[in-house]
Write a protein that binds this ligand. Structure first.
Ligand SMILES: [Zn+2]
Length: 478
C-alpha cells in the first residue's frame, strides 16, 4: 500500500538524489574544491589521474589555469567555474605546460588571452602531429578496456577504474575524430612574466627541464598558492599517478637549467608566502619539504654532472655509483622518484652537458614510431665510425634488443640491435647469448646454435646457453 509517508519519502529521495545526479559530467563524478576565497579547482573522476583545472577571481576578470584533453569537459567546467565564482568574466587562460591534457581544451577559452611559456606552441603542435595514429591507438585502448571490463576478472575497484578510463578514452576518441585544431597561446614568455590583475598578481616562472621544456611555476602571493603543473607531487591520492608518476630532470636544454635553478630558488626563499602547493592533476599533493627535496636533487645533480664532464670522468662508472640509493637515500620511495627516472635524468644531463648522444634516447623515437628498420643502418654506421660521439653501455643495447624482441615482438629488429652489440663488445658472452636468442625466436636454429656455441666459448659457465644448445640439437635431430 502506498501511504502518504512512503510517498513523501520517495519524493524527498528523488529531490535529494537529483542534485547528485547533476554533479557528474559525461558519467564522471564532478569535484569542486575551494582552495581559498575566490579560487576553485575542478576535476572529474575518483580514480584516474585527470587534470585539475583551477580558476581565480580577480578584479580584472577570471584567470583559468589549464584545460583538459577533452574540450567537452572544459565547456562543462567553464559553466561550473562561473557558477562557483558567481561571475562569467573570463579574461585569461594560462597553460602550465604544453601537454595535450593541459591544452586541448584551449579553444573553449578562445575569447580570452592565452598565456604560456614559449615552448608550449611547439609542444601543442607535436601533440596533434599524428592524429591518424593517435586515433588508431585510442581505438585499441577502448577495445582493451571494454575487454577488461567484460572479462569478469576485475574486482570492484578495478571495475570502477576501468569504467572511468573507458569514458575518458571514448571522449578522447570523439575529440580526435573531430579534426581537432589547436588553439595556441596568444602571449608567450621565456624566463618570467608578471600578470597584474589588480587585486591579485600572478608570477609566471620558466621551469622547463623537469617534465617538458615548456613548464612553468605560477605563484599567486595574495592567495598563498604555488601551482606546480605536472612537475611533481610527494603524495599520491590514487593508484593511478598518471603524469605525476615520474620526477625526472629531462627535456631541458643547457640554457634552461640556470634559469630553472634561479627561479626555483627564489620560490624556496618565499616559503613563508606559500600555503598551498597545487599540482596539475587532482590526485597529487605536494608539501614544502617535497618541493625543497626535489630542488636540492636537481641542484646537486646539475653540479655533479658539470664536474664530471669538466674533469672528463668516466661516465659509465659515474652512472653505476650515482644511484638514488647511494646519493639521495631520503628520496628512495618518495612518489615519482624511481630508479628508472633517476637513470633517465643522469643520461639526459650527461647528454646536455657533454654534447654526446645517448644511444637509448636516440633510439627511443625510431623504436616507438616504427622507424627502426629504416633508420638503424645509418645510425649503426655512424656509431661504428664515430663511437666517441655516443654514449651507451652493453646493458643499454641488450635492454633495447629485448624490448624489441619481447615487448614489440620484432625479432628482426632485435637481431640488428644485438648484432651491433656483438660488434661493439666482441668479448661479451652475454651479447652473443642475446643475439643467439633473437635468431632462435626468429626460427633460425642453425644460426642460433652457432652463436650459443660462441657464447659458451667466451663463458663456459653460461647455463642458459647450454640449455638452449641442448634444446636446439634435439629440435634439429627431429
Ligand atoms: Zn604533463
Amino acid at each position: 500500500m502506498l501511504n502518504k509517508t512512503f510517498f513523501l519519502a520517495v519524493v524527498m529521495t528523488v529531490l535529494l538524489v537529483l542534485p547528485c545526479a547533476a554533479e557528474s559530467i559525461e558519467g564522471l563524478s564532478l569535484h569542486v574544491q575551494k582552495i581559498e576565497p575566490g579560487v576553485v579547482r575542478v576535476w572529474v573522476g575518483d580514480y584516474i589521474s585527470s587534470t585539475a583545472v583551477c580558476a581565480i577571481a580577480t578584479r580584472k576578470g577570471i584567470v583559468v589555469i589549464d584545460t583538459t584533453n577533452i574540450p567537452k569537459l572544459d565547456q562543462a567546467f567553464r559553466k561550473v567555474i562561473a557558477k562557483e565564482l558567481g561571475r562569467s568574466d573570463f579574461k585569461y587562460l594560462i597553460n602550465t605546460h604544453g601537454h595535450g591534457d593541459h591544452t586541448h581544451g584551449n579553444g573553449v577559452y578562445a575569447d580570452c588571452r592565452i598565456i604560456a611559456h614559449e615552448g608550449v606552441t611547439a609542444r601543442m603542435w607535436e601533440n596533434l602531429k599524428d592524429v591518424p595514429r593517435l586515433i588508431a591507438w585510442n581505438k585499441e585502448a577502448v577495445q582493451e578496456q571494454k575487454d577488461q571490463i567484460a572479462s569478469g576478472k576485475l574486482n570492484d575497484t578495478q571495475k570502477a577504474v576501468a569504467a572511468e578510463q573507458l569514458i575518458i578514452s571514448t571522449l578522447t576518441g570523439e575529440f580526435l575524430n573531430s579534426a581537432p585544431r589547436p588553439t595556441y597561446p596568444t602571449k608567450t614568455f621565456r624566463d618570467k612574466l608578471v600578470l597584474d590583475c589588480g587585486d591579485v598578481t600572478l608570477e609566471l616562472y620558466q621551469s622547463g627541464g623537469t617534465h617538458t621544456r615548456s613548464d612553468i611555476f605560477i605563484l599567486v602571493p595574495q592567495k598563498g598558492i604555488l601551482f606546480t603543473g605536472d612537475m611533481m607531487a610527494d603524495k599520491w591520492l590514487s593508484d593511478t599517478p598518471g603524469c605525476l608518476a615520474t620526477f625526472a630532470i629531462q627535456s631541458g636544454t643547457m640554457a634552461d637549467y640556470p634559469v630553472l635553478v634561479k627561479n626555483w630558488q627564489s620560490l624556496i626563499d618565499r616559503q613563508n608566502e606559500i600555503k598551498h602547493y597545487i599540482p596539475g592533476h587532482w590526485n597529487g599533493e605536494l608539501s614544502f619539504v617535497g618541493f625543497q627535496n626535489r630542488f636540492n636533487y636537481l641542484k646537486t645533480m646539475l653540479a655533479d654532472m658539470e664536474t664530471l664532464v669538466k674533469s672528463r670522468g668516466d661516465f659509465n662508472q659515474f652512472r653505476a655509483d650515482y644511484s638514488l640509493k647511494n646519493k639521495f637515500p631520503h628520496l628512495v620511495g618518495s612518489p615519482g622518484m624511481t630508479a628508472q627516472g633517476h637513470q633517465m635524468s643522469i643520461n639526459h644531463l650527461f647528454q646536455v652537458f657533454s654534447g654526446r648522444i645517448g644511444l637509448s634516447a636516440a633510439l627511443q623515437g625510431p623504436i616507438m614510431d616504427n622507424r627502426f628498420a629504416e633508420e638503424f643502418p645509418a645510425l649503426k654506421a655512424d656509431i661504428l665510425k664515430s663511437r666517441e660521439k655516443y654514449f651507451f653501455t652493453e646493458a643499454d643495447l641488450i635492454g633495447l634488443g629485448y624490448f624489441l624482441m619481447q615487448q614489440l615482438k620484432k625479432s628482426d629488429n632485435a637481431v640488428e640491435m644485438f648484432q651491433l652489440c656483438v660488434e661493439l663488445f666482441p668479448d661479451s658472452w652475454n651479447a652473443f647469448d642475446s643475439l643467439a636468442e633473437a635468431y632462435y625466436t626468429k626460427g633460425d636454429m642453425q644460426k642460433a646454435l652457432e652463436l650459443y656455441r660462441k657464447s659458451l666459448e667466451l663463458n663456459p659457465n653460461n647455463e642458459n646457453g647450454k640449455k638452449f644448445i641442448e634444446r636446439i640439437e634435439q629440435e634439429l635431430a627431429k
